[in-house]
Design a protein around this ligand. Sequence first.
Ligand SMILES: C[S@@+](CC[C@H](N)C(=O)[O-])C[C@H]1O[C@@H](n2cnc3c(N)ncnc32)[C@H](O)[C@@H]1O
Length: 131
Amino acid sequence: MTQQAFIPDPNLSTSQAERLFSGPIGTEYQMLDLICPAAAAMSKRVGGFVAGFPADVRKHPGSLSVFEIGCGTGITTLALLQSRGDLLILAADNEPAMLSQARENLSIFIEQGRVRLIEVDALSATSAIFA
Ligand SMILES: C[S@@+](CC[C@H](N)C(=O)[O-])C[C@H]1O[C@@H](n2cnc3c(N)ncnc32)[C@H](O)[C@@H]1O
């Protein structure tokens, strides 16, 4: 069996082309646990991997800054935040339905200032969002 490559439609704008999580797939995303029980373990492994990274020495000395693309409902964001206490995350997603769940799931860390959520298309994001 041959694998088909995903070729984006060049007539769609980037935001249209990437809105794959609008509708029920986004609002029912917690079903992922049933569909893919290994997903949570994979997120934890990402956290375990990043836990071994050295802290920043320049912009935020003593902490590690992460830009997460496609944070969804915040499952991996949470695993990252729990993996080490010095992590600061800018988490981006272009789907409001996913971000509103992330806002709820990560509320404690948002209040602590350890994570900032932004609604943006990562493909057209500019360096202005890091300012
Ligand atoms: C598989 S889901 C969420 C995965 C999430 N990291 C997790 O651990 O559960 C992928 C996410 O990427 C977002 N996404 C896809 N293309 C994007 C883009 N161009 N810019 C920003 N977010 C995007 C989707 O809206 C969706 O929430």
